[in-house]
Design a protein around this ligand. Sequence first.
Ligand SMILES: Nc1ncnc2c1ncn2[C@@H]1O[C@H](COP(=O)(O)OP(=O)(O)OP(=O)(O)O)[C@@H](O)[C@H]1O
Ligand SMILES: [Mg+2]
Length: 507
Amino acid sequence: MSRPDTGQTPVLRLENIVKTFPGVRALDGVSFAVMPGEVHALMGENGAGKSTLMKVLGGIHQPNEGQIFVEEQATVINTPLEAKAKGIVFIHQELSLAEELSVAENIYLGELPRKSFGRVDWNKLFAETNEILGKLNVSFDAKARVGDLSIANQQMVEIARALTVDAKAVIFDEPTASLTDAEKVVLFDVIADLKSQGVGIIYISHRMEEIFKITDRISVLRDGQYSGTLTTAQTNEDEVTQLMIGRSLDLSRNVSHGELGDVALEVRGLSCGHLYQDISFEVRRGEVVGFYGLVGAGRTEIAETLFGLRDPSAGTILLDGKEVRINSPAEAIAHGISLVPEDRKGQGLVLGMNCRDNMTLPQVDDLKAGPFVAEGAEVAIFDQYRDRLDIRTPGWRQLVGNLSGGNQQKIVIGKWLSMHPNVLILDEPTRGIDVGSKSEIHNLIRDLASQGYAVIVISSEMPEVLHVSDRIIAMYHGELIRTFSSEEVTEDNLIQAISGIRSDKVA
Ligand SMILES: Nc1ncnc2c1ncn2[C@@H]1O[C@H](COP(=O)(O)OP(=O)(O)OP(=O)(O)O)[C@@H](O)[C@H]1O
Ligand SMILES: [Mg+2]
């Protein structure tokens, strides 16, 4: 690849990187360069090789072929600590923190400040950590145990770690997937700051609006191959999508809204302590009800109550008109309720288990033929959902932990779909999913409704709720502010509602 002729030396340059895993050619000759002070987006479908390429840069994987240049010096990076020593900082897609340790220990892991005689200098450690945390405006301190923090705050710890190094290049692998809007603002400030110091930044995200907001150039991978670099200011979403998946997407297409059936789920006056209060709604068969609101509005907690993970403090739940008590996920499943959770790593998947077993996990008991599980039936289920959701893996034996982030999410969706639930709840179903698969998942959600499922979709992405929902419930601080039909909803009144404004202003 020819160098951009800015006269500057790239901070990082990759030449012809190849990386294979058994049965997978994850990277197939990738070359591109990152300039100082540049925010360089790396895009591509789920499984295209983005994280693998970053792990090569971060010293986690060794390439089979190819070379890495740091400021034009040919460099071999054997371990993450070596990467760090060379000024390459990597903020991971899947969090990699030690939950039992404090924030400070995580940030300085492997290089804790020491006094003479080798004792850890705790005062220095906590003071330095708190100084960095101060810049990030977070609500926890250096001594907090990482396992007690929310996922978003854990993400902030990863970001804090990047700021301790005299970095030449910082890699962000889908950093915003679980951040609130306020935290995103902080992150983008951090990125702007690094940029102004001449740091080269690689930014991976599936969210086009972010890409167009903060990046200078966009490089695209497709099936492990480099497929081009675009200048952000001179391109558009359609061109990027073309480069990623080889076609454009018609996102304006209206979804079909079929006949609605009986009420499958009704919730009356449901409350759960301070998490949410007095929530009432119903979902009919054939209907998709979207829950929209800011992170922390109480949507996930309602889903968790319906799935037996939380006890309501008041109110009733009715399924097909009959009042039910749901005390555990097993009872929820027995009542035909499925939940695709927001936190797939914690609640959705066993990373050390293969794809097929993850997918059929909740129904192993039903698949038993005599004392044995009917292997053929399990593989058939896996094959069906792999095709339907376009899951990229060499086969069912692959460990889920080896799949790309987006493909892991598809396994979770497949797992709950294969249960044929009456009520399907999807919490942030397309988080980390590429644009092509996202529209497939949206179509799938509409298909499920037209097959008679009652579907609840919780999403923080407005285009997503607007696109898939028949009705939209707007929540703010644990309260149901308003239910919109698809005819009356607009972007404006939806934004007002999730900010707590109850009705349109009187003209
Ligand atoms: N340790 C591993 N063992 C086997 N295969 C792997 C391993 N790591 C990655 N792969 C495979 O390499 C390919 C690229 O995966 P990678 O995680 O780089 O994709 P990605 O572009 O980051 O996708 P996403 O957008 O979903 O995060 C996938 O087919 C994945 O299954
Ligand atoms: Mg990835």
